[in-house]
Design a binder for this molecule. Structure first.
Ligand SMILES: NC(=O)c1ccc[n+]([C@@H]2O[C@H](COP(=O)([O-])OP(=O)(O)OC[C@H]3O[C@@H](n4cnc5c(N)ncnc54)[C@H](OP(=O)(O)O)[C@@H]3O)[C@@H](O)[C@H]2O)c1
Length: 301
């Protein structure tokens, strides 16, 4: 157990035992924080539990007997996956099969996070859970396979998130939003995609929605777990500038003009209506951004 992601026991409203794997990641640390005080949380990092190790996963889960396993471990290097497809598949897909098997063996629910990248991005209205995926990269294929393998757990929640941002990212792991905020605060020019549309996901709101689903016993299945609304990266940067009261120096670029190893979807707003119907109404991304910026001000004084 690490200092960052230690187990905790509390007299919160639930005595549910939760295992969070990949707990040192951006989302993992937010999930541990969210559940702390409500459930008995065990967060594990890679050195404690390598999710690719089937035997270790089965043993850990058999020993702990959690009511839920929340999988925050992932291979997230979208371009790197083109060179390391086996590693990407192992972490993003076959490890999920391990966790689903482990969950099934003790009757636990499995929460698994996926991505907007499962879509080809050729749409022009927010994608719903019913829209057919069409992954265009090795990373995206590995994540889609992970979605399918998560269904091996009797009770499972596959939550598609995108463009994660939040306070738990840490200075050594800046998100795209962090890079934009830093540049605007430093009055530096910042290049932003003017034609890539996303529905950003605030870590704390994703963690909260995860808890709502587990707490309410919502139906198993696929949920788009993003903040409400959508924007281009240029639109997001303009909103950052507006909220900070700083005129941003933006250099708008088009996706087609930037050479990238792996293909990325151009239009990827996600509709989160199914999640709302299940009880987790996600705040607008502008609201999440305001909370994120307020949190940064608190930390930096
Ligand atoms: N970040 C985004 O914008 C984004 C967008 C769409 C979807 N998602 C999905 O959201 C979820 C959370 O993403 P994130 O941004 O929080 O990821 P992250 O910050 O990259 O964290 C992933 C964690 O997984 C750990 N990990 C990797 N391989 C492992 C293994 N074999 N066993 C155990 N742990 C392992 C990593 O440890 P090491 O540091 O030791 O490698 C890291 O702590 C993932 O499923 C991701 O695919 C993220």
């Amino acid at each position: 157990m690490t200092g960052r992601c230690a187990s905790s026991r509390s007299s919160g409203p639930s005595e549910m035992r939760i295992l969070v794997v990949g707990a040192a990641g951006r989302l993992g640390s937010a999930v541990v924080r969210q559940f702390d005080g409500w459930a008995e949380v065990t967060g594990t990092v890679r050195e404690e539990l390598d999710v690719c190790d089937r035997r270790a996963a089965l043993d850990r889960v058999a020993g702990l007997r959690p009511a839920a396993i929340v999988n925050c471990a992932a291979y997230n290097d979208v371009d790197g996956a083109e060179d390391e497809p086996v590693e990407a598949l192992n972490v993003n897909a076959f490890a999920v099969r391990n966790l689903a098997e482990a969950a099934r063996s003790v009757g636990a629910a499995l929460v698994h996070y996926s991505t907007d990248f499962v879509f080809d991005g050729a749409g022009d209205r927010p994608y719903t859970e019913e829209d057919p995926p069409n992954p265009r990269s090795t990373y995206a294929c590995s994540k889609l396979l992970g979605e399918w393998l998560a269904r091996g757990a009797l009770r499972h929640y596959v939550l598609r998130v995108e463009s994660l941002f939040g306070s738990s990212a840490g200075p050594d792991r800046p998100t795209s939003v962090d890079r934009i905020v830093e540049a605007i605060l430093a009055r530096r020019e910042v290049r932003v995609f003017a034609d890539r549309t996303v529905s950003p996901s605030y870590n704390d709101d994703v963690a909260w929605a995860t808890r709502v689903l587990l707490e309410s016993g919502a139906a198993s299945g696929l949920y788009h777990c993003v903040n409400s609304g959508s924007c281009t990266w240029e639109g997001l940067a303009l909103e950052v500038g507006r909220q900070l009261g700083v005129e941003p120096r933006l250099v708008p670029v088009r996706m087609a003009d930037v050479e990238m190893r792996a293909s990325r979807p151009l239009y990827c707003a996600l509709a989160n209506t199914r999640l709302a119907t299940a009880g987790a109404v996600m705040p607008a991304w502008q609201d999440a951004l305001a909370r994120h910026l307020a949190g940064r001000r608190t930390v930096t004084g």
